[in-house]
Design a protein around this ligand. Structure first.
Ligand code: PHE
Length: 344
């Protein structure tokens, strides 16, 4: 029996030499040490041994089992390790391979221009306010000194949802909503960017939905020269350092006096070209001193406080700044157009 045990040990060691896979270690374990394995088989003969021999052989059998077990474990560890190394070797990253390029989206040009406008006015102490796109007739018209049947309502053809509710035709209702919230406090210094809707036929310069930025400043002694100063600072930062502006008399029911504001043509510097129709000027926004009745309706005393307001079309500003010839480019989402504003 002693010889058989020794032989068994040798066999295991010999077989271990030639195995290559971890799974084979388990097979060997079953073959030699399993319930029906070779060692068990040998040990079945223990019964026939003499009482002196039995403990000796028992001890030897344990030793053999231990040796076999530790050899099996050792081999398994080696094979496991080898496998990990092999895996690591073939998963190695080749840092010299050129990277795969993928397209990173960029912000929409209108968003970029709104952000530029906001930055400029934030720099002058304005804050950003917002209001609903679905607006009441009351805020869109009445509180802006445009009672029902006022002929000036025709200036802004509207999308009505009910008799009293419409898609706002301008951002001016946010003026009133803000003043109501401020409850007579001054100064009010806000700009309100947002989408507006008008019943227009879409073409290269008209869109039934477009974007405006409204501005409002109310306080003591706010004068038209303040309006002019603020808008000049805006034009210089938006277009060019030597931009000039001029105010032309105009009419809006919610401002008195009212003015259209022109900026010196950014294409020819004011000398006259095709874009400015050889006038040297380009109209960029409407403005004026807030009408006393508007102040009153919003809870301000026009004897104590005055204010100016203006409203500009963001698409128009963007078209002038980036020489875009068709307003529809902003809405058709052609990537060839949108991608050009990647680094603006
Ligand atoms: N709300 C006017 C428009 O949409 C613009 C404007 C705003 C004019 C504020 C004067 C003052 O045409």
């Amino acid at each position: 029996m002693r010889e058989r045990l020794e032989a068994l040990k040798k066999d295991v060691l010999a077989e271990l030499e030639s195995i290559e896979q971890v799974s084979q270690v388990q097979e060997l374990r079953v073959k030699f040490l399993g319930k029906k394995g070779l060692l068990t088989e040998i040990l079945r003969g223990m019964g026939k041994l003499s009482a002196e021999e039995r403990p000796l052989i028992g001890q030897l059998a344990n030793e053999v089992r231990e040796v076999i077990e530790s050899k099996l474990d050792e081999t398994k560890n080696l094979l496991d390790q080898a496998e990990i190394e092999k895996k690591l070797a073939c998963e190695a990253i080749d840092v010299t391979l050129p990277g795969r390029m993928f397209h990173i989206g960029n912000r929409h040009p209108l968003t970029l221009v709104i952000e530029q406008i906001e930055d400029i006015f934030l720099g002058m102490g304005f804050t950003v306010a917002e209001g609903p796109e679905v607006e009441s007739d009351y805020y869109n018209f009445e509180t802006l000194n445009l009672p029902k049947d006022h002929p000036a309502r025709d200036m802004q053809d509207s999308f009505y949802i009910t008799e009293e509710i419409l898609l706002r035709t301008h951002t001016s209702p946010v003026q009133v909503r803000t003043m109501e919230k401020m409850k007579g406090e001054v100064p009010v210094k806000i700009i309100c960017p947002g989408r507006v809707y008008r019943r227009d036929n879409d073409d290269a310069t008209h869109s039934h939905v477009f974007t405006q930025v409204e501005g409002l400043m109310v306080g003591e002694n706010v004068r038209m020269s303040d309006l002019k100063g603020v808008l000049l600072a805006f034009a210089r930062q938006m277009f060019s350092e030597d931009a000039r502006i001029r105010l032309r008399p105009s009419f809006f029911p919610f401002t008195e006096p009212s003015a259209e504001v022109d900026v010196s043509c950014m294409f020819c510097g004011g000398h006259g070209c095709r874009v400015c129709k050889h006038t040297g000027w380009i109209e960029i926004l409407g403005s004026g001193m807030v009408h006393p009745r508007v102040l009153e309706m919003a809870g301000y005393d026009p004897e104590k406080h005055t204010g100016f307001a203006f409203g500009m079309g963001v698409e128009r500003i963007a078209m002038l700044k980036y020489n875009i010839d068709d307003i529809r480019h902003f809405y058709t989402n052609d990537l060839r157009f949108l991608k050009q504003f990647n680094r603006v």
